[in-house]
Write a protein that binds this ligand. Sequence first.
Ligand code: NAI
Length: 723
Amino acid sequence: MTETRTIRWEQDETGVVTLVLDDPDQSANTMNQAFKDSIAAIADRAEAEKDSIRGIVFTSAKKTFFAGGDLKDMIRLRPEDARLAFDTGTEIKASLRRIETLGKPVVAAINGAALGGGYEIALASHHRIALDAPGSKIGLPEVTLGLLPAGGGVTRTVRLMGIADALLKVLLQGTQYNPKRALENGLVHELASTPEEMLAKARAFIDANPESRQPWDVPGYRIPGGTPSNPRFAANLPAFPANLKKQLNGAPYPAPRNILACAVEGSQVDFETALTIEARYFTELVTGQTAKNMIQAFFFDLQAVNAGRSRPGGASPRTVRKVAVLGAGMMGAGIAYSCARAGIEVVLKDVTAEAAAKGRAYSEKLLDKAVARGRTTEARRAELLGRITPTADPADLAGCDAVIEAVFEDTALKHTVFQEIQDVVAPDALLCSNTSTLPISGLADGVGRPADFIGLHFFSPVDKMPLVEIIKGERTGDEAVARAFDLVRQINKTPIVVNDSRGFFTSRVIGQFINEGVAMVGEGIEPASVEQAAAQAGYPAKVLSLMDELTLTLPRKIRVETRKAFEAEGRSWAEHPADSVIDRMVDEFGRPGRSGGAGFYAYDEAGRRDGLWPGLREHFTKPGHEIPFEDMKERMLFSEALDSIRCLDEGVLTSVADANIGSIMGIGFPAWTGGVLQYVNGYAGGLPGFVARARELAETYGERFAPPASLVEKAERGETYRD
Ligand code: NAI
């Protein structure tokens, strides 16, 4: 047995070589320098000892099969490192190619997650067997980090399943399949239920295919479904760029474009040239800013947040067994479902038994759909529903170790419901409110145990939205923060922790975005352009349509209350140019938003959007009044970034990672930016560039864009926003 650093060579007496991926320096295998050296040495040895080898099996000694590229290295690459980026990938690919074309059967025994580089090793194998382990994922998610799979991933998926399927099923969405769905979609050849069965199947393949080759290495091979040089295929091809353009809506995501170009160009040349094309498109992405932003957010920040960066240390982890959800409306029903899905017993309480049952019926509806689509089983559906007990009787809450309140947004009502249940639930139960606007410290006044009282702000629809904002009130104890954090993780969501403030972090910052869009309408800019600017900036929802969804009376109510509070505290209050537009929309035109049947958009009888309200042009638009499109986009992005900096200054935010993740996952700040503070870091010219641009915007559009002193000082010190 010879050892290379990260791959063990284990050859049995029948000549089967098992290559055990096992990086001794890391918890997961990655395509780092050590792997590059090891795989090259393995290829050398395989070629030298070819005659004694009957077949090769890739597997791993780690929990995951292989984690992929080394993101720590990638995020450091600058444009001047293009050559280095290009060469690193090229060497690994060449080694894998030598093993693939050795003339011996090569099998991937995928014992755990094989994402990105991991699945690319599997693709370089002739036969792929996945262990059907729970939680195991297979796919090429590079696009979600602003990259493309450059370990042969584009070249081989195109040759394996054809351009259309490779793009739609694997490359453009970065879908992560569980083993069963990976099999259905042709990513693997077979499944195994135990590691022993997997290795037995690997041997069986080697026995049956002593001269196995990849389909693309067999003479006469053609890409399934054809290539652009085939007239039938070419007729369909133009739909791809057009569809992609529609999907991206002008937002600046370079990876999908590069993937499309790479797949199409690579399909028209030989295998080796295709690999070179892939490397070139990858190099362009990995040395650019978007990939850095996305890797920072979706890998490093997300990991830090979920690992408990903002969880107070000291408190031992707790598991919630039984939760009381107060209020079975839209939010309560969704919260009940999410808790039950995570295995927690739920008592769902409303004023009447009927209302509570209606809340439980929401879970039934979601589960029926999931059963119909084959995403869950009847048994699991019954089990999950069995965990939700609807009731109107407070006595049923006995023994609950956590309470999540989601009744109407009314302080007095919230106080009443907490008083009603406090003596029934466990004496140390965690007390949470899902309020979206009421300050937690004020709400705590009506709750007997303020140290155990905390804000747990879910987003709608709860079953889909991955974020929960935890709000620490003035008297909330660290123990409660830790318990809330653990509860959010227990239901598989991502928790950010903020200090109490009006609108907390998320609602306050998204308010800036909406105000900015509305203000532009008030200035006389064409409303359709405002909507298009939001889309092109990369926002998932257009700004005026979002305002309609939230209803125009909401910011007004918040404005009135905030103003009152500011005046009571002796703080100065500045009108926002959006205020008068909202007032006119509601008071003069009677258009409070979608729920009222009319807003910035018109709605048909069924409540479907029916175009922007023509009256906007009549009452607000100044024909010919235009501002640069770039200004429109940046006014939205800057308004949120600047307010996030103010949140840091005021101590509402205490973590950069929380800000980045909260902004993308909670309030739709464009993902290409890497989040609201990474946007500032990555802005052209860095922090000084951002400051200069903020000053420009302030001069033209108002003092609200003036850079806060803390930002200016940070820029002068040459720092960036980092935890
Ligand atoms: P909703 O109106 O759909 O549901 C409220 C429910 O509370 C109703 O079923 C009502 O019967 C029930 N309720 C009233 N008094 C009660 C009592 N004494 N005991 C038990 N149940 C009682 O409201 P929604 O949208 O679910 O909002 C609930 C809370 O969540 C509010 O505080 C809201 O601000 C907050 N929130 C709402 C979000 C949204 O997108 N709708 C997002 C985040 C938070």
